[in-house]
Design a protein around this ligand. Structure first.
Ligand SMILES: [Zn+2]
Length: 147
C-alpha cells in the first residue's frame, strides 16, 4: 500500500514529465511553423536552392542563411559605386551560386549598370594590355632573331 506522500510525489513527477513533453512539442511546433512560413514566402519571387549545384563554402563551417532556409530571397542592397538602391533577385542569386559557382559568402555589391561599366573597364584594360603585348611581339619580330 502506497502512502499519500508517495502518491503525491508520483503525481508531481508525472506532471513534470508532461510539462517537459509539452515544452518540447511546443518548440518543435514553433520550429515547424517557422520553416513552413519561410517556405511559404515563395510567392514573393523566391526560388528554391538546389544544394547539389552549390559551389564551395570555402573554409567556413557555417551555413549561409539561404542554404538553411532552402530558398533564395530577393535582397535589397545599395550599390557601393553609385549608392543606388537595387534588388538582387532570387533568380540572379541562383545563377550566381549554382551556375557561376560563386562563393557562398559573396553577395551583390554593385548595381547592374555599375557592373556593366566595371566589366567594360576590365575588358578595356585587358585589350590595352594585349595590344601592348602584340606591339612588343611585332617589334621583336621585325628586329629579327639575329640582331
Ligand atoms: Zn551603381
Amino acid at each position: 500500500m502506497k502512502s499519500n506522500k508517495q502518491k503525491r510525489s508520483e503525481i508531481a513527477a508525472r506532471k513534470a514529465a508532461k510539462r517537459e513533453k509539452e515544452t518540447i512539442l511546443a518548440a518543435q511546433a514553433a520550429r515547424k511553423a517557422r520553416l513552413e512560413f519561410l517556405r511559404s514566402v515563395g510567392s514573393r519571387g523566391e526560388v528554391p536552392v538546389d544544394t547539389t549545384k552549390l559551389g564551395s563554402a570555402g573554409n567556413s563551417y557555417s551555413v549561409p542563411a539561404f542554404v538553411e532556409r532552402g530558398w533564395y530571397v530577393p535582397v535589397d542592397f545599395t550599390c557601393k559605386a553609385c549608392r543606388k538602391a537595387e534588388t538582387w533577385t532570387a533568380e540572379q542569386q541562383k545563377w550566381w551560386y549554382e551556375t557561376a559557382k560563386g562563393s557562398l559568402f559573396t553577395t551583390a555589391t554593385m548595381c547592374r549598370s555599375c557592373r556593366r561599366k566595371e566589366r567594360a573597364r576590365r575588358d578595356e584594360v585587358r585589350r590595352v594590355h594585349l595590344e601592348g603585348v602584340a606591339r612588343k611581339k611585332k617589334q621583336s619580330d621585325s628586329q629579327g632573331p639575329s640582331s
